[in-house]
Design a protein around this ligand. Structure first.
Ligand SMILES: *[C@@H]1O[C@H](CO)[C@@H](O)[C@H](O)[C@H]1NC(C)=O
Ligand SMILES: *[C@@H]1O[C@H](CO)[C@@H](O)[C@H](O)[C@H]1NC(C)=O
Ligand SMILES: *[C@@H]1O[C@H](CO)[C@@H](O)[C@H](O)[C@H]1NC(C)=O
Ligand SMILES: *[C@@H]1O[C@H](CO)[C@@H](O)[C@H](O)[C@H]1NC(C)=O
Length: 462
């Protein structure tokens, strides 16, 4: 593993290097699963003697067989939790099956305003159309989501340790959240958050209880046992499954079995990881924070911390019911598959590279704020079907959303053909031009041409 790369969103300090390795492979494996169908037909011909033999996607190993795959799925895409990797899985699953996505007008559903059904592109009223998958950023609002998604929708989301999340949030949002901007660094912020935090200022939600905020709860409320129990109960009622970033592979196994999806649908390469700078990676914990400051961040984000602890209990209870030995086997299978697919799909053994080094615009990740977002390059010489399947696994979020949008709303693209500058009403063409070469901030360059809201299509993506 390249020690310079931190798969930050998924970091577990205690098992750092091993986890990093696992993540890379995991990511690779997810991608691979999707490819199973293609590989079984095309790979032997395409590549000289792959060292592993393939199984067909219909074999019991890859599909769960006896159940019906769930095709009504809502994913609350929380910030800084590996959720871009999850969204890629949903995009692939839906694209391969021609499912209909509830897509935002821009790239988020009016975030940070609470979700409203009218944020869904083409929405014509409650249940007029059957939507299969919804997963772009929003501030959750159950009543409105239920107008869009069918009654039997499977709801899930993902949480992450609030200390690691604060670290990641700081790295991404230090230029947009006033509370972060005012502090001299994360340690300074953590030592006395109250000093820098004004709840009235826009974008400060990134600096306090961001998970609560994303779940639609009051992230500025004063902590009390009663309140956290209430929040927990609300999340329990609204969501079928809550995953944990720190246990991403176990999460994918639980998800797969809950949805009855084939293995390849939950094998992925880690997307939207950021590059860690040199001095940070030297410290044990990754963030350079002392235990005292970490504790302060837990207190500052007490609502998130309690939510996380509560759903950690729930998570391991689900694993216990699933069977610990069975889980270990399934996780191993997933990792093997990821490694296999990484070898097939990814150049340089799947080592993530800086966006500026990726020549193909279709797979160059957009850059967000001061952080370098890493991407992948595909193996040269793949046959078409394999190439397409590999491409799906590494296609960055923005490009993928544009592609699905174009599938679902072909008319606009046809009209736009003659005029590349108007290719996309939310400013895609404009953005593409500005990001060629180096890391222009996504949030700053992407301006929606229609005024759907303060935030639509604007602001940091993740
Ligand atoms: C939280 O408690 C403090 C006093 O302890 C109070 O001044 C403040 O208004 C409370 N905030 C909320 C949102 O209730
Ligand atoms: C999460 O649960 C596991 C298993 O019970 C436990 O070892 C770990 O300490 C828990 N983590 C937190 C943050 O509560
Ligand atoms: C490659 O595959 C894609 C998707 O399977 C298909 O749409 C396209 O026509 C193929 N291109 C060629 C050159 O075969
Ligand atoms: C866009 O928003 C600005 C500021 O809210 C407003 O002044 C302007 O009229 C809006 N334009 C359109 C086309 O709605």
């Amino acid at each position: 593993m390249d020690g310079r790369m931190q798969r930050l969103k998924l970091r577990v300090p205690r098992v750092g290097p091993l986890w990093k390795a696992v993540l890379v492979f995991l990511a690779v494996a997810v991608a691979g699963q999707l490819l199973g169908i293609f590989f079984s037909r095309s790979m032997q011909a395409a590549r000289p003697q792959p060292s592993l033999s393939f199984t067909s996607a219909n074999s019991p190993e890859l599909s769960l067989g006896s159940c019906q795959p769930q095709t009504h799925v809502m994913f609350l895409k929380t910030h800084k939790t590996a959720s871009s990797t999850v969204l890629n899985m949903l995009y692939r699953f839906g694209e391969e099956r021609g499912l209909r996505f509830a897509l935002p007008l821009g790239y988020q559903f009016g975030y940070p305003l609470p979700f409203n059904a009218h944020r869904v592109k083409g929405y014509q009223g409650p249940h007029v159309m059957e939507y299969n998958i919804m997963g772009n950023h929003m501030r959750f609002n159950k009543v409105e989501v239920e107008k869009v998604m069918p009654a039997d929708t499977f709801y899930f989301s993902i949480l992450r340790d609030p200390v690691a999340l604060a670290e990641s949030s700081y790295a991404y949002y230090k230029v947009v959240a006033p509370a972060f901007k005012r502090a001299k660094g994360l340690a300074d912020f953590a030592s006395n958050p109250q000093r820098y935090y004004d709840p009235r200022l826009r974008n400060n939600h990134y600096a306090r209880n961001l998970l609560w905020f994303d779940f639609g709860l009051d992230h500025n409320a004063n902590f009390s046992e009663r309140l956290v129990k209430k929040g927990e109960a609300l999340v329990h009622r609204a969501f079928n499954l809550i995953l944990l970033s720190e246990y991403f592979d176990e999460s994918m196994v639980l998800l797969r079995h809950a949805l009855c999806w084939p293995l390849d649908s939950v094998v992925s390469f880690s997307l939207n990881a950021r590059k860690q700078d040199a001095n940070k990676r030297k410290s044990d914990k990754g963030s350079g924070l002392t235990e005292g400051l970490r504790q302060k961040l837990r207190e500052w984000n007490a609502l998130d911390w309690h939510l996380y602890v509560a759903f950690n209990v729930t998570f391991w209870e689900k694993v216990r019911r699933f069977g610990k030995a069975r889980m270990a086997m399934e996780v191993a299978k997933l990792r093997t598959r990821r490694e296999f697919l990484a070898r097939i799909c990814l150049r340089d053994g799947g080592r993530p590279v800086e966006a500026s080094r990726i020549r193909d615009k279709a797979i160059r990740p957009f850059q967000s704020g001061p952080v370098k977002i890493l991407g992948y390059e595909l193996q040269p010489g793949l046959d078409n079907a394999t190439y397409q399947a590999c491409l799906r696994m590494i296609r960055p979020e923005i490009q993928y959303k544009d592609l699905l949008d174009a599938h679902q709303f072909p008319r606009q693209i046809a009209i736009a053909r003659g005029n590349p500058l108007r290719l996309n009403p939310q400013g895609r063409a404009e953005h593409k031009r500005t990001t060629v070469g180096q890391g222009v901030t996504y949030g700053m360059s992407l301006e929606p041409s229609r005024n759907t809201s303060l935030e639509e299509g604007k602001g940091p993506l993740r």
